[in-house]
Design a binder for this molecule. Structure first.
Ligand SMILES: C[S@@+](CC[C@H](N)C(=O)[O-])C[C@H]1O[C@@H](n2cnc3c(N)ncnc32)[C@H](O)[C@@H]1O
Length: 327
C-alpha cells in the first residue's frame, strides 16, 4: 500500500504541502523510515502523526528540503529533547509546541551547515610531499561538504597514528615502488623486459614494498577497519593492455637528446603485480587482514584506440594522455 502511495506521490511534482494521518492515534502513526520513504523531495510543508517523537530529528535530517513540519503524537508528550536539538543545530529555525503537536519552521540548510559536515568523517588525502598539491587544495576549497586535509608521506612508511583510520582507500598507486632495484636496458618499464634476473629483482622489490605497505596500513587501521585497494595488475597472460602506451613513451625518450647513460637511467620504478601477487592471502593473514572481496577487471587504455583508428592525431593523443595521467 505504502509503495503505491509513494509511487503516486513521486509523480505529483507540483505537490508542495502534504498531510499524512495527522489526526489518527499513535497506533496508526508513522515511523521516521515510513515518512522519509513516502515524502517526495518537492514537498516543502509536511503534517504527519509520528509514532515516536524522538524520531522527529531523523525526519528533519533526511528531508532537508522542508520549510515547515508539523508533527502530532497520540499522547501528551514532552518535546524538550527535540527543542534542545533544534536550538543546538538549527539556529535559524523557530518552533511552537503543545501537549500533542509540534510545529517547526526551518531555517534554510541549517542542518546541513550545523550538523552534517561536522559529523562527517575526516578525509586525509595522502601523497608524496614532493607532489604538486595545488589541484587538491583547489578541490577542497570548491567542495566544502566534508573536512579534508593533506598528508605528505610515502605510503611505505606509517603515515598516521596507530588505530586512527576507519577506511583506507588507495587507488592505482602501489605499482610505484619505493625505488628501482636496477636499471632496465632498451626500455623504461619492466613489462617489456625479458631478462629473468631483472624481472626477479623487480618482483622481489615489489614483494618487499607490498609487505611494508600492508604492515603500516595494518597499524593505522582500527580493529574492524577496512582497506580498499585498486591495483594496476596484469591478467593471466601477464598483460595489462597498456604496454603499447609505454612503448611510445620510450620511443619519445629516444628522440630526446639524452646520453646513453641517461637513457639507461630512465627506468620507471614501477611493477605490475599478477592477480595472485595482489591477492596474497598468506601475506594478508601475516598483517591481520581478512579478504572480503577481490575482482580482476580488464580496462581499455584511454585514447589509444581512438589514435590507432585515426580519430585523433598523435599530438592530440599525447596531450590527452598527459592530462589524463596528471588527473
Ligand atoms: C596514478 S596516480 C593515482 C592517483 C589517485 N589515487 C587516483 O586514483 O586518481 C599515483 C599516485 O601515487 C602517488 N605515489 C607514488 N608513490 C607513492 C608513495 N610511495 N607514497 C605515496 N604516494 C605515492 C603518486 O604521487 C601519484 O599521485
Amino acid at each position: 500500500m505504502r509503495t503505491s502511495i509513494s509511487s503516486f506521490l513521486q509523480r505529483a511534482c507540483c505537490l508542495a504541502s502534504l498531510c499524512i494521518d495527522y489526526d489518527l492515534s499513535m497506533y496508526n502513526s508513522w515511523t521516521a523510515d515510513n515518512i522519509s520513504y513516502i515524502v517526495p523531495s518537492y514537498v516543502k510543508h509536511l503534517k504527519v502523526s509520528i509514532k515516536n517523537p524522538d524520531e522527529i530529528k531523523i525526519v528533519l535530517k533526511r528531508l532537508q528540503q522542508l520549510s515547515s513540519a508539523q508533527f502530532r503524537f497520540g499522547h501528551a508528550s514532552c518535546w524538550r529533547k527535540i527543542t534542545e536539538w533544534i536550538d543546538r543545530n538549527m539556529s535559524h529555525s523557530s518552533y511552537k509546541a503543545d501537549a500533542y503537536s509540534f510545529i517547526v519552521w526551518l531555517g534554510k540548510n541549517s542542518i546541513e551547515f550545523n550538523e552534517s559536515k561536522h559529523n562527517n568523517p575526516l578525509v586525509i588525502h595522502n601523497d608524496l610531499p614532493t607532489n604538486d598539491w595545488t589541484s587538491l587544495f583547489q578541490l577542497l576549497v570548491k567542495d566544502n561538504s566534508y573536512y579534508g586535509v593533506a598528508s605528505g608521506h610515502s605510503f611505505y612508511e606509517q603515515c598516521l597514528p596507530n588505530h586512527s583510520v576507519g577506511i583506507g582507500y588507495c587507488s592505482t598507486s602501489i605499482h610505484w615502488l619505493s625505488k628501482k632495484p636496477c636499471n632496465i636496458l632498451n626500455h623504461c618499464l619492466i613489462d617489456a623486459v625479458t631478462c629473468p634476473k631483472v624481472n626477479e629483482e623487480f618482483r622481489q622489490q615489489a614483494y618487499l614494498d607490498y609487505c611494508r605497505f600492508l604492515k603500516h596500513r595494518s597499524c593505522e587501521l582500527i580493529s574492524g577497519g577496512v582497506l580498499i585497494l585498486v591495483v594496476l595488475a596484469t591478467n593471466k597472460e601477464g598483460k595489462r593492455g597498456n604496454e603499447e602506451f609505454h612503448n611510445i613513451l620510450y620511443e619519445c625518450a629516444q628522440l630526446l637528446p639524452f646520453t646513453s647513460n641517461e637513457l639507461i637511467d630512465y627506468t620507471i620504478p614501477a611493477y605490475f603485480r599478477s592477480y595472485d601477487e595482489c591477492v596474497d592471502e598468506k601475506l594478508f593473514a601475516e598483517y591481520s587482514f581478512d579478504l572480503i572481496k577481490s575482482q580482476n577487471v580488464m580496462m581499455e587504455p584511454p585514447f589509444l584506440k581512438s589514435w590507432k583508428e585515426e580519430q585523433i592525431t598523435f599530438d592530440e593523443f599525447a596531450r590527452l594522455s598527459t592530462s589524463f595521467v596528471r588527473g
